[in-house]
Structure formats: C-alpha cells, structure tokens
Design a protein around this ligand. Structure first.
Ligand code: OGA
Ligand code: MN
Length: 203
C-alpha cells in the first residue's frame, strides 16, 4: 500500500492522472457490484443531471448515466471499507502534492447500453470544490469491442492534447485532477458500472 500510495502521488504530481489496476481484489469488487445491483433493484438510481442548483437538468444528449449518491452518515460496511481506502489516498496526496483535500463525495453510476457522457470538466465555476476525481470500475469483465472507454484529453506543454482511452475494466481505479483534465465517456455497448467520487477542498 505504501508503495502504491507513493506511485499514485508521483503520477498525479507529474502527469495529473494515474491508472491503478487491481486496486481492489476480485472479491471486494464483486461484493460492491452486488451491492450496486441490489440498490438498482430497489429503484434507488436516478438519471444524473447536469448543471447546478436551479440550473439542474436531466439531459441525456449530454449524459445518460444513472446514479445513486452515497450518504457519508449512512455507509454500508462495504462502502465504509472503500472510503477508508480512499482516505489513505487523500492523505498521501495532501502530504506529497499539497492539494489540501478535506472531504470526499461519491456516487454509484450505471451507464445503460448506448449511453455516454460528453466531454466535460468535473471542476467548473458552479462546482469549484472538486479537486481530484476518483473512479473505480466494477464490471466483472470488459473487452475492447464493448467500447465505453473513459477518454481523457491530457493537456500538453505545446498546447495540444494527448488522448488517453481507458477501458472500464473491473478493479481499475482512475484518478485525475478535476480541473485539469477534460474527459468523456464514449458510448457503451454493455451496461457499465462504477463508483465515481471527488476529493474536495471543503468539509
Ligand atoms: C463523471 C465521469 C467517467 C467514467 O461521472 O463525471 O466523467 O469513466 N465519469 O465513468
Ligand atoms: Mn467527469
């Protein structure tokens, strides 16, 4: 874990993003997936909205995922275990990258077949407190032809962008600076399950 935390910090410091395969083991991943499926069965997912406050709207031509927010005061044991792992990352990033991260918020997400999320930044004027994005993918298996990649646009020093496509392979964790890396979810050919969250610089 110590080595992994150093690796994560170094990559965030140098490149603003990092991909960690097998961040959770198969057993933990399947348990989280089962929990998400159970919440889904209980009708606890809602179409995700874009915008903030009074501007909030469901616009499936921009994003087609459904989400269920985790309640920090009412986490299941599994969710609490995941938050504890993230807490280690939060501390490491504060120590090594001086990001001043103080809290975490997150939701389960489900992208139905054919859905996507157009290019966006997770930090913008209306949501200034998200500093680091953290995504854990939960699908049992994922192949190239199922598509649905996370496409990140990495800013280069010459002003161009490098495209990095990341398949939502189960157990894979992606971390990036919310205000630095525009990204999108390409249309998926399979139901796509994940937990997305943000470290914030407020409590
Ligand atoms: C988001 C998002 C990317 C992904 O929820 O803001 O960009 O790969 N998710 O699920
Ligand atoms: Mn995003």
């Amino acid at each position: 874990m110590e080595e992994q935390l150093d690796h994560i910090s170094a990559e965030i410091y140098q490149k603003s993003y990092v991909i960690v395969d097998n961040f959770v083991d198969k057993e933990f991943q399947s348990a989280l997936l089962a929990e998400q499926m159970q919440l889904l069965g209980q009708g606890k997912f809602r179409h995700a909205a874009v915008g903030k406050g009074g501007q909030k709207q469901v616009r499936t031509e921009i994003r087609g995922d459904e989400v269920h927010w985790m309640d920090a005061d009412d986490l299941s044991p599994l969710q609490a275990a995941y938050w504890e792992k993230l807490e280690e990352i939060r501390k490491a990033l504060n120590q090594n990258c001086f990001l001043g991260l103080r809290s975490f918020e997150g939701h389960f997400a489900r992208y139905p077949i054919g859905s996507f999320y157009k290019r966006h930044l997770d930090q913008f004027q209306a949501v200034p407190h998200r500093v680091v994005t953290v995504i854990l993918y939960l699908n049992d298996s994922w192949t190239q032809d199922e598509e649905g990649a996370l496409r990140m646009y990495i800013p280069q020093e010459d002003g161009s962008e490098l495209i990095e496509d990341v398949l939502p392979v189960g157990g894979r964790l992606v971390i990036f600076l919310s205000g630095e890396i525009p990204h999108e979810v390409l249309p998926t050919k399979k139901e796509r399950i994940s937990i997305t969250g943000w470290f914030r610089n407020i409590d």
